[in-house]
Design a protein around this ligand. Structure first.
Ligand SMILES: C[S@@+](CC[C@H](N)C(=O)[O-])C[C@H]1O[C@@H](n2cnc3c(N)ncnc32)[C@H](O)[C@@H]1O
Length: 302
């Protein structure tokens, strides 16, 4: 199923989009938000779309052909937004959207290794040019570092036990696939489970691999540091009156966004447009359960 843009109408309203402005979608993905942003800023506007995943760029490129305003699509990590804009000779922008995390397209492609539900290589790199895969971390990190990673990025309280079991197992055979790792984690939680449907085996509960997979994905893609740098870089590129909107999907990310916005506010650099984070309404949740944990925060530069 193609990726559905989350909180779309709220993003369009709160980013204060209007014809003629320059807007950045720094997480282009399937282009769901970007196409609608393009319509709002056309015909004289300029849209810049970034993604660190070249497959996302190729998949969404046809959606901008023909484009209703100037569009530049760039393969780049949003932590390097200032550099990307300077390469395009753009001195400042009026709106930036960060819709962080991974897309349904990435999750559903078994060869990317994001899903514990699909057999695939234990990869999880959003940018295939980057060096470290999830398999490198699971097979290579010392036990304590692996436990710390699972605890910090997965908020998993059983991290020490999990790391011990993974390190014991890898002495006999490397972890190479998603199902291999997911199976080992299931066994740790009360015996082997033949998995047809996660929901059937763990009714009302998280799958035991959820937090470990989240932790590995965050580490492989250096997601939290990229977010910190991406926020600072986006803010530095905004024109006065410009708006930065961030959609996050878990508390680790949302905490960073919230604290950064409060710091900028305290420094007198801008106003927080969303006093509380905006969350999806019932209608959106019914249509797109993946939107469940989404939170949108928007700040305006003064
Ligand atoms: C949730 S999806 C965005 C979906 C998009 N808004 C849409 O409507 O189709 C997140 C996208 O951001 C990309 N991404 C995540 N972190 C990134 C980063 N640090 N720099 C650039 N792209 C990133 C991912 O590769 C993925 O394609």
């Amino acid at each position: 199923m193609a990726h559905k843009p989350v909180l779309l109408k709220e993003v369009l309203e709160l980013l204060n989009l209007r014809p003629g402005i320059t807007a950045v979608d720094a997480t282009l993905g399937g282009g769901g938000h970007a196409v609608e942003i393009m319509k709002q800023i056309s015909p004289a506007g300029h849209l810049i779309g970034l993604d660190q995943d070249p497959q996302a760029l190729e998949r969404s490129r046809p959606r901008f052909d023909p484009a209703s305003c100037r569009v530049d699509l760039v393969h780049e990590n949003f932590r390097n937004l200032p550099k990307a804009l300077s390469r395009l000779n753009i001195p400042g922008v009026d709106a930036v959207l960060l819709d962080i995390g991974f897309s349904s397209d990435q999750l559903e492609d078994s060869q990317r290794g994001f899903s514990f539900d699909r057999e695939g290589p234990l990869d999880m790199r959003m940018n295939p040019d980057s060096e470290t895969t999830a398999a490198d971390l699971v097979n290579g990190l010392p036990e304590k570092e692996l436990a710390d990673l699972i605890y910090t990025y997965g908020e998993e309280h059983r991290s020490r036990r999990i790391a011990r079991v993974l390190c014991e197992r890898r002495q006999t055979a490397r972890f190479e696939t998603t199902q291999d790792l997911a199976g080992t984690l299931e066994n740790l939680h009360g015996g082997p489970v033949r998995k047809k449907s996660v929901k059937r085996h763990f009714p009302g509960k998280r799958h035991p691999a959820t937090r470990v997979f989240q932790a590995l994905r965050i580490a492989v893609n250096d997601e939290l540091e990229a977010l910190r740098e991406g926020l600072e870089g986006s803010w530095s590129c905004l024109n006065r009156g410009g708006r930065l909107g961030v959609i996050s999907f878990h508390s680790l990310e949302d905490r960073i966004v919230k604290r950064t916005f409060l710091r900028w506010k305290a420094e007198g650099a801008g106003t927080v447009v969303t006093k509380k984070p905006v969350t999806p309404d019932e209608a959106e949740l019914n249509e797109n359960p993946r939107a469940r944990s989404a939170k949108l925060r928007v700040m305006e530069k003064s």
